[in-house]
Design a protein around this ligand. Structure first.
Ligand code: AMP
Length: 499
C-alpha cells in the first residue's frame, strides 16, 4: 500500500484554503481553512482526553457541521470513528459499545444524563460534544498531530443488522480515499459544485461517501439537519448536486411544487443504498429534467461501481467498476465468470479490512481466493455494466425456478393502482416457496382489486413469477436508508399457504 494515509489530511490538502466547504441552511459558511482549524482543535481535545491512535471513539450526535468536524478531528488524531444510529435503543447502544469498546462516547448535551449509566456499564467515558469550537480552543494544539494507525483503520461501521447480530466492518483510510477520489472524478465534480446533503451521518453514505467525495472535488456541502421536502427544495435553489436514497426521490416526485424551474441549478442527481425503481427514475426525469444516476456499494465494499456522468442512458443499471476495482459473479453451479448472472464478488482497494474482532465472520465474507462476497445477485453485461437483481437471500425459488424479486417489483409498479411493491417468498406446500407481494396503493384501499393486479402482472410475466397473493400495506417497512425490511414481511405472511 506504500505510505500511510490519512483520509482527512489527504482530501483536505489539495483544496484552496479560502474555498467555502460547509454551508448551513441559514447561509452560515465555513472555509476549508476554518474547517481545518476546528478539526485540529478537536483532534487536540480528543488527544488530551487520552485517545491514542487505534482507539475507537463513538458518536451519538445530532447532525451538524461541528459533529462532522469532531469526527474528522478524531480521524486526524488516528482514532477509529464509530457513528451510532440515533434511533438505537439503550439496549442496542449497550451491546454495540460493549463490542466496540471505545475510549470515548460523544453525545449531545440533552442525552448526557440519560446515557451516563449505560456508558458506565459498558466501561466507556461519556463526553458532551463541545458546543462551539472555542470550547476546545484551550486544548493544546500541538497535540493535534496527524497520525495514522499502522493497519490504516479509520471507521468501525456496524452493518444494518436487519437480520442477525450486527457486525462491525473495519473501514480503512485507503478504502475511503479510493471512493472519494474515484467518484469525484467519475462525476466530474468541481470546486463550483454544491451538494445538498439530507442524509443521516451515522451511515457510510451520509458520513463518508457523500462528504468525502465533495471535499476531494474542491466543492462544498450544504448540510441539512435531516430529510424534509420543503427544506431540501429550498436548498436545491442553491445546489448543483444531490446524493440521496430512492425514498428521497420518491418524496420529491410526490411534491406538487417540484418543477423543472424549482431545481434549475441541479445538474447531478445521484441515488444509492437501495434499489431505485426504473419507473421512479423515469418520472423524476420527466418532471424535473434531471436524470438520476446510480452507484452501488455496501458498508463493507464502499463504492464498487458507479454510473459516470453523461451515461444517463443506463436507467436501471448501477454502473461500471471504479478504477482498480475487480468484479465477477459466481453462478448457482459455482462457476465464476466476469460476465453473466450470479452473486456479485469484488476485490480491490475499496474492500474493507474485515469484521471487528470476528475472524469467523471475516472468513465467511470472502471466497477462498480472497474476493468479498457481496450477497447481492447481479447481472454483469458485455460492457461490464452491473444491474442489481436483489439480495441473494431474497431470491425466491418457486417450484425449483428462480424468481428475482426486482423484476416482479418493476412489473407491479407499472400497474396504475400500485405505488410501490415488495416481492418476497413464503413457504408453500407444493412449490416450496410461493411468490407474494406487499404493495402500497396510489388509490384508496377500498378500490383494491387483487385479481386484476395479478392478471396485469401475469400478462407480462410467466406464471411462476407472478405473485399468488398481494397484500395491501399503508407503508412498506423500510430502515433509515430506505432499504426494504423483507425479513419482517416474510415473517408477517409466512402462514399464508399453511395447510
Ligand atoms: P449497506 O451496507 O447498509 O450500505 O447496504 C448495502 C446493500 O445495499 C447492498 O449490498 C445492496 O443490497 C444495497 N444497495 C446499495 N446500493 C444499491 C443500489 N444502487 N441499487 C440496489 N441496491 C443497492
Amino acid at each position: 500500500m506504500g505510505k500511510l494515509q490519512n483520509v482527512i489530511v489527504d482530501i483536505y490538502e489539495g483544496r484552496d484554503p479560502d474555498s467555502v466547504l460547509y454551508v448551513e441552511p441559514d447561509g452560515k459558511s465555513l472555509t476549508t481553512r476554518e474547517a481545518l482549524d476546528r478539526i485540529k482543535r478537536f483532534a487536540g481535545a480528543v488527544a488530551s482526553l487520552g485517545v491514542v491512535p487505534g482507539d475507537r471513539v463513538s458518536f451519538r450526535l445530532a447532525k451538524s457541521v461541528d459533529a462532522i468536524l469532531l469526527i474528522h478531528g478524531c480521524l486526524w488524531a488516528g482514532a477509529i470513528v464509530h457513528p451510532l444510529n440515533n434511533a438505537y435503543t439503550d439496549h442496542e447502544l449497550g451491546s454495540l459499545l460493549t463490542d466496540a469498546q471505545p475510549k470515548l462516547l460523544f453525545c449531545g448535551p440533552d442525552e448526557h444524563s440519560r446515557l451516563e449509566p449505560l456508558a458506565r456499564n459498558a466501561g466507556v467515558r461519556l463526553e458532551v460534544i463541545p458546543s462551539t469550537a472555542s470550547d476546545v480552543s484551550s486544548a493544546r494544539l500541538e497535540t493535534a498531530r496527524i497520525t495514522s494507525v499502522p493497519e490504516g483503520a479509520a471507521a468501525l461501521l456496524y452493518t444494518s443488522g436487519t437480520t442477525g447480530k450486527p457486525k462491525g466492518a473495519v473501514i480503512t483510510h485507503h478504502n475511503l480515499l479510493h471512493s472519494a477520489r474515484s467518484l469525484a472524478s467519475a462525476w466530474q465534480l468541481t470546486k463550483d459544485d454544491v451538494l445538498a446533503h439530507p442524509l443521516p451521518i451515522f451511515h457510510a453514505h451520509g458520513l463518508l461517501t457523500s462528504i468525502n467525495t465533495m471535499i476531494a472535488s474542491g466543492g462544498s456541502v450544504l448540510l441539512l439537519p435531516g430529510f424534509d421536502v420543503a427544506a431540501l427544495l429550498s436548498a436545491l435553489t442553491r445546489c448543483t448536486v444531490l446524493m440521496g436514497v430512492p425514498t428521497h426521490y420518491s418524496r420529491l416526485l410526490d411534491e406538487p411544487s417540484v418543477t423543472i424551474s424549482s431545481v434549475a441549478k441541479l445538474r447531478l442527481a445521484i441515488s444509492g443504498s437501495a434499489p431505485l425503481p426504473v419507473d421512479l427514475s423515469r418520472k423524476f426525469a420527466a418532471k424535473t429534467g434531471v436524470d438520476i444516476i446510480e452507484r452501488y456499494g455496501s458498508t463493507e465494499a464502499a463504492i464498487v461501481v458507479a454510473v459516470p456522468r453523461d451515461h444517463t442512458e443506463r436507467t436501471g443499471w448501477v454502473g461500471w467498476p471504479l478504477p482498480e476495482v475487480e468484479i465477477r459473479i459466481t453462478d448457482q453451479s459455482g462457476r465464476r465468470a466476469p460476465r453473466g448472472i450470479g452473486v456479485l464478488e469484488t476485490r480491490g482497494p475499496h474492500v474493507f479490512a474485515g469484521y471487528w474482532r470476528n475472524p469467523t465472520a471475516t472468513v465467511d465474507a470472502f471466497t477462498n481466493d480472497g474476493w468479498f462476497i457481496t450477497g447481492d445477485l447481479a447481472e454483469i453485461d458485455d460492457t461490464g455494466c452491473v444491474r442489481i437483481l436483489g439480495r441473494e437471500k431474497d431470491l425466491v425459488i418457486s417450484g425449483g425456478l428462480n424468481v428475482y424479486p426486482a423484476e416482479v417489483e418493476e412489473e407491479l409498479r407499472r400497474v396504475g393502482a400500485v405505488k410501490d411493491a415488495a416481492v418476497f417468498g413464503v413457504p408453500h406446500p407444493d412449490f416450496g416457496e410461493a411468490v407474494v407481494a406487499a404493495v402500497e396503493l396510489s388509490m384508496p384501499a377500498s378500490a383494491f382489486d387483487e385479481p386484476s393486479i395479478i392478471a396485469a402482472v401475469r400478462s407480462r410475466l410467466a406464471a411462476y413469477k407472478t405473485p399468488k397473493r398481494i397484500f395491501v400495506v399503508g407503508e412498506l417497512p423500510r430502515n433509515a436508508m430506505g432499504k426494504l425490511l423483507k425479513a419482517r414481511l416474510r415473517e408477517d405472511h409466512s402462514g399464508t399457504f399453511r395447510r
